[in-house]
Write a protein that binds this ligand. Structure first.
Ligand SMILES: Nc1nc2c(c(=O)[nH]1)N[C@H]1C(S)=C(S)[C@@H](COP(=O)(O)OP(=O)(O)OC[C@H]3O[C@@H](n4cnc5c(=O)[nH]c(N)nc54)[C@H](O)[C@@H]3O)O[C@H]1N2
Ligand SMILES: Nc1nc2c(c(=O)[nH]1)N[C@H]1C(S)=C(S)[C@@H](COP(=O)(O)OP(=O)(O)OC[C@H]3O[C@@H](n4cnc5c(=O)[nH]c(N)nc54)[C@H](O)[C@@H]3O)O[C@H]1N2
Ligand code: SF4
Ligand SMILES: [Mo]
Length: 711
């Protein structure tokens, strides 16, 4: 029996874990109290890593779809089928006829980061999609506009702030997002113990609201109005303290002039007094920070919200202030060293709906249009990397059908899910216990600077391949098949860039991380990190602006045309609040500690207890419709209908219902996994792919108008 140490990579908190290992088997998992960031914290999902590892449904070797069933095949056969499918589509219809969807877990897998990215760039398709545009695209666009780089993300200094304002985030369940903050509950306790304040703005009284000093209901989709009013009060009361390197303050003041607390209050659902008090306390705190997550990103004014949150922090002098929002100093600095590009916006547009690209990706909400609208440039084949767009993307039903009609499809996944069931071939990588991990992204978003390299805890199962090996092997075969193909021969000449890509693909992730560490100024390496298996503390966040800005003149310009262009539409909301005439309710999402997006619903430890897929509604809204708690209702939007059990809860703001995404596994009577006991419906059969954030074209997943009725 040995003890080993590593990190959980299921969510953004990257908690330190202590494993007990016997005979290459993990027998127990505990929180690692010596991890400098998570300090012993874990959640129930970590324990399920054992279930996942041993799950009989998990794929170890590739499978090929034959009729209604699946046949296990050798890796070489699988690679040939995939290369043939991708290359023949490219030869017939051009590179953009192959679409890519990169799902959420790809950023949690080191091999996918180091090898998936070069592999997908070889495909040279414009039809790239990912979970970014279902999630944090507004953050990335605003980082790009204000700070000059899509990943230049100021992180709340939760451990030293005096006033923490959370809008549309529920870190008590999500464990934080775009802010790596394990052990959130204890950090909040410490905040309160030093006299600080936590305020939550959310249409549901969430688990985070329960630990807050104050919670305000807000009508879904109206946060941009609230934020403009907060800015208005800060400016009007002369409480600004703006850094020398910021331009455009006067214009912001002019823009905010009309958004008085009195004007926005009826639409927002907060009183003018509460808005004034919130703004005043925020601006007068020694250090304060506003933070907004899913609820304010995936809505009609998602980009305006994220912009306004940054502006609020900047105007009150809380950007780059200890206890405010700070840029991090990770051991591998993806931003400072330009390892990831700064991003670009609207350099080209999508074929069918004329929506802007961001950093070379189109919005996921238009994937279905590009798959189903005939004509040159139509997607004929798909590669889905660690994702389940049928359940995760608005308009899931149509997408389900579109996947069924492709010429070719490959999924990189260790499960047959609602999306990968349509694949011709599924290539399963090893799971987290069997692979090395270094969190390139989430260590860079930490509330404290830390570095940790976690070697694989057990050796992989016979016949299994690591994610990086799969992308490497496929890339090599893909390149040589292309060079044999006539149409692409000219483009396929060996260039310095393609040689560099090939060299990169041959390095293991461990070697890649080692090189990146060794060439960084901190002088770390994989061996120094493995000698400290709990991780290394690199200290609290530190101020560093304007040096850390990536804008051309190292200044922050607050005013950007794409944002300003949305203000007339925001004005309209003042007069036509997005409510709910008569029967309509606004649907929002919900996350639970024991559920993880569209998967892990077959892990026995996580699915015990009360069902978590129900639609929650306020008792008064149910009574008004003659609906009993626990009954099955129809939920109908402009885009579709589902049937689902309803749960009465006074935690909901009246007029708002909540339904988690990622359920609906038994759709069409196909139970994909023998162990899947969870039922429920898919929220994305109700959300509308035609409705997007007008600036970034991010999906709208919150504030969806619906009606509910007895069935
Ligand atoms: N209505 C609504 N829709 C939403 C959301 C919402 O709040 N409401 N949230 C959105 C958000 S924020 C996100 S991020 C997306 C997430 O949605 P997706 O991007 O679709 O990601 P997951 O649902 O996490 O998909 C996980 C799949 O990846 C596989 N997988 C897990 N780990 C690995 C790995 O290491 N390698 C490989 N190759 N595969 C792996 C799993 O088996 C599973 O099948 O959903 C979005 N959709
Ligand atoms: N246990 C667990 N943890 C997870 C995940 C998971 O599925 N399960 N998913 C991971 C992923 S992919 C992500 S992106 C993060 C997300 O991390 P969070 O954003 O913290 O998680 P959510 O629960 O989606 O929180 C969104 C909140 O916004 C509220 N909301 C909805 N509409 C509005 C609105 O119009 N205005 C305001 N102010 N609030 C609104 C919702 O009620 C909800 O409380 O969580 C990650 N962590
Ligand atoms: S909060 Fe849970 S799922 Fe997230 S990293 Fe920590 S243990 Fe893993
Ligand atoms: Mo996400």
């Amino acid at each position: 029996m040995t003890k080993k140490y590593g990190s959980c990579n299921l969510c953004e908190a990257v908690c330190g874990l202590e494993f007990t290992v016997e005979d290459n088997t993990v027998t127990s998992i505990r929180g690692d109290k010596d991890d400098p960031l998570s300090r012993g914290h874990i959640c129930p999902k970590a324990l399920s890593l054992i279930d996942l590892h041993e799950d009989p449904d998990r794929l170890i070797k590739p499978v090929r779809r034959v009729g209604d069933g699946w046949e296990e095949i050798d890796w070489d056969v699988a690679y040939d089928l995939v290369v043939d499918g991708l290359v023949s589509t490219r030869e017939r219809y051009g590179p953009s006829a192959v679409g890519i969807y990169q799902g959420n877990p790809s950023v949690h897998s080191l091999g996918s980061m180091t090898h998936g990215i070069p592999f997908t760039s070889m495909l040279r398709t414009r039809n790239r999609y990912s979970a970014t545009s279902l999630d944090q695209l507004p953050h990335q666009l605003v980082n790009h506009l204000l700070y000059g780089h899509q990943l230049a993300l100021p992180i709340p200094d939760i451990d030293r702030t005096d006033f923490f304002l959370v809008l549309g985030g529920n870190p008590m369940a999500s464990n934080g997002s775009m802010m790596t903050v394990p052990d959130f509950a204890n950090r909040v306790r410490a905040l309160k113990a030093r006299g600080g304040t936590l305020v939550v703005v959310d249409p549901r009284r969430t688990e985070t609201a329960d630990v807050a000093d104050e919670h305000h209901f807000v009508r879904p989709g109206t946060d941009a109005l609230l934020l403009m009013a907060l800015i208005h009060v800060v400016v009007e009361s002369g409480r600004t303290r703006v850094a020398e390197y910021v331009d455009g303050v006067d214009q912001v003041a002019r823009i905010a002039a009309d958004f008085t607390p009195e004007a926005v209050a009826p639409a927002v659902g907060m009183s003018p007094e509460d808005i004034v008090s919130l703004a005043t306390r925020f601006a007068s705190a020694e250090a304060a920070v506003a933070y907004g997550r899913m609820g304010v990103s995936t809505q009609r004014f998602g980009t305006v919200c994220q912009w306004a949150i940054q502006v609020l922090n900047i105007l009150t002098g809380n950007l780059d202030r200890i206890g405010g929002a700070l840029m991090t100093d990770p051991a591998i600095d993806l931003v400072g060293r330009s390892i990831v590009g700064r991003g670009h916006f609207d350099k080209w547009r999508s074929r069918v709906r004329d929506l802007p690209e961001f950093a070379g990706e189109f919005p996921a909400s238009t994937l279905v249009d590009e798959m189903t609208t005939p004509g040159g440039g139509q997607i004929r084949a798909m590669a889905v990397l660690s994702g389940n767009p049928v359940l995760s993307v608005p308009g899931g039903r149509k997408l389900d059908d579109a996947f069924a009609h492709l010429d070719f499809m490959v999924s990189f996944d260790f499960y047959i899910n609602e999306t990968s069931r349509h694949a011709n071939v599924i290539l399963p990588p090893t799971m987290s216990l069997e692979r090395d991990h270094y969190d390139l992204i989430f260590q860079a978003f930490g509330v404290r600077n830390t570095a940790k390299f976690s070697p694989a805890v057990v050796t992989k199962k016979p016949g299994a391949k690591a994610e990086w090996e799969i992308y490497r092997d496929l890339a090599v075969r893909y390149q040589s098949a292309l060079s044999r193909s006539r149409t692409d021969r000219v483009r396929r000449r060996l260039t310095p860039k393609s040689l560099k890509t090939e060299a990169r693909l041959r390095l293991s992730p461990r070697r890649t991380v080692d090189l990146l560490l060794r060439t960084a100024r901190r002088g770390l390496s994989v061996s120094t990190l493995t000698a400290s298996p709990h991780g290394i503390d690199l200290g609290p966040l530190e101020p560093g602006l304007p040096a850390k800005l990536h804008t051309r003149n190292r200044r922050i310009h607050l005013i950007h045309d794409v944002v300003v262009a949305e203000l007339p539409a925001l004005h309209d909301v003042l007069h036509h609040a997005p409510v709910t005439t008569g029967e309509e309710l606004l649907m929002i999402g919900r996350r639970h500690l024991r559920s993880n997006n569209s998967w892990m619903h077959n892990a026995p430890r996580l699915t015990k207890g009360r069902p978590r897929h129900h639609l929650w509604a306020h008792p008064d809204d149910l009574a008004a419709r003659g609906i009993d708690d626990g009954s099955v209702v129809s939920v109908t939007s402009a885009a579709g209908t589902v049937r689902i059990e309803v749960h009465a809860s006074d935690r909901m703001m009246p007029g708002v219902v909540s339904m988690p995404h990622g359920f609906g596994h038994q759709r069409d009577g196909v139970a994909l996994s023998v162990a899947t006991t969870v039922v429920g419906a898919s929220a994305n059969d109700v959300t509308d792919s035609q409705q997007v954030d007008a600036v970034s074209a991010n999906a709208i997943l919150n504030g969806v108008p619906v009606t509910i009725s007895r069935t």
